[in-house]
Design a protein around this ligand. Structure first.
Ligand SMILES: [Fe+2]
Ligand SMILES: [Fe+2]
Length: 168
C-alpha cells in the first residue's frame, strides 16, 4: 500500500473528520434545546445543520479511503444543552464554526508547507463552506439579538423559519 499522504496531514484530516462529527452532535444538542423550548423552526434548522455536518464528515471519510488513510479513533466531546437565551445558542454555534475554519486553515497551511497540493485542493471546498456557514450564523445571530426583546416577534420569526424549511 503506497503512502500517499504525509503523517501530519493524515492526523489533520482525521482531526477534521472528528470535528465534523462533533459539529453534527453539537447541533443535535442545540436542536434539542430549541425543541424543549417549543421553537420548532430553530429546532429543525439545527437538525438540518446537523445533517450537513455529517455530509461533511462523509466527504472527508471518502477522501481518507481514497488515499488509503487509516482512521484514528477519537472521543466526542460533551455537547451543550444549557443556554440562557436563544442568541446564546447562535453565539455558541458561530464560535464553533469560526474554530472549525481556523482548523481548516491550519491544515491547508500544513498542506502547502508539505507541498501536498492534492489534499490542499480537496480542502478548498471546506474553506468555502466555512465562509458560507459563518455568514449564515452571523445573520441568524444579528436577527435573533434584534428580536430577543420581543418574545412574540421571536416566535413569529421561528414560525416563519419552520414554514421556509418545510417548503424547501
Ligand atoms: Fe462542517
Ligand atoms: Fe459547520
Amino acid at each position: 500500500m503506497a503512502v500517499l499522504v504525509d503523517s501530519d496531514i493524515t492526523k489533520g484530516l482525521n482531526f477534521q473528520f472528528c470535528k465534523e462529527l462533533q459539529a453534527s452532535y453539537n447541533y443535535y444538542c442545540a436542536s434539542s434545546w430549541f425543541g424543549l423550548k417549543g421553537f420548532s423552526g430553530f429546532q429543525h434548522w439545527f437538525l438540518k445543520q446537523s445533517k450537513e455536518e455529517l455530509e461533511h464528515a462523509r466527504k472527508l471519510y471518502d477522501f481518507l479511503m481514497a488515499r488509503d488513510i487509516k482512521l484514528i479513533p477519537a472521543d466526542l466531546v460533551a455537547g451543550r444543552t444549557e443556554f440562557a437565551t436563544v442568541s446564546e445558542v447562535f453565539k455558541w454555534g458561530l464560535e464553533l464554526e469560526i474554530q472549525v475554519e481556523k482548523d481548516y486553515n491550519d491544515l491547508c497551511r500544513l498542506c502547502l508547507e508539505k507541498k501536498d497540493l492534492t489534499t490542499y485542493q480537496f480542502l478548498e471546498w471546506f474553506l468555502n463552506e466555512q465562509v458560507e456557514e459563518i455568514e449564515t450564523f452571523k445573520n441568524f445571530l444579528d436577527n435573533v439579538v434584534d428580536l430577543e426583546g420581543d418574545p412574540s416577534a421571536l416566535r413569529l420569526f421561528d414560525n416563519e423559519l419552520l414554514e421556509k424549511l418545510k417548503s424547501s
